[in-house]
Ligand binder design. Sequence first.
Ligand code: APR
Length: 238
Amino acid sequence: MFEDIADQLKKAKDIVFVTGAGISQESGIPTFRGKDGLWRKYDPMTLATIDAFYQNPKLVWEWYEERRQNILSAKPNPGHLAIADLEKYRKVSVLTQNIDGLHQRAGSTNVYELHGSIITIKCTVCDLKDTITTNFSQLPPMCKCGNMLRPDVVWFGEALPQDIWKSAIEQSSSCDAMIVVGTSLAVSPANLLPVYAKENGATLIEVNPDKTPMSDIMDLSLRSSAAKALPELVNLVA
Ligand code: APR
């Protein structure tokens, strides 16, 4: 079983990774739905929706600032580094649901942030978009146009950035292999990407200690952590 998947992976020229919070868990960033998950402590409906933001912008900003500080002190782990390393041997695209920027910090150069980024902000009214480089003196921070700034992330009920989503579908529909790492595949539309890959005949591999709703369509499920399994997978291909 593993051998023939290994052969298919070795032959793959165009490899797409779909990643979620689990790949950053070994960098010390809590996942959302695991036992230490963020959603255990906070109700998503009170923090990650546009309504919640307008009802209590200060609380939502405090939550994101706490996460941003944690993320800035985190380091890419061997899972992120293995994906970056693979670019030396194959065409690699990373379609990530994470907003932590760790793939880019590990050296990956072809990263699509499906749910935005915690280090960029945008104005709620004008078209200002900027990278956060300092701590804010007040929360919520205000734009020079006089309106509130918001984290440049995708909240429940909001559309994904259309250009990024279009590219994600194209990449998933044309890759030879898709490796799904550290995601519960609980949130749409990102959880559709493995279906596009499967329809295109790609080899599907899942790296997750737990089963997911799409484990049945995977050609191989590695019940392992990202930091352990990904370096082994990359060694197969390198
Ligand atoms: N290595 C690999 N997988 C892991 C690890 C690890 N070390 N630790 C946990 N996991 C797995 C868990 O088993 C779980 O299936 O990672 C997955 C994390 O799932 P979630 O916490 O639901 O995170 P994610 O799938 O990224 O959530 C999707 O939901 O809350 C929204 O916008 C948010 O982008 C997020 C989206």
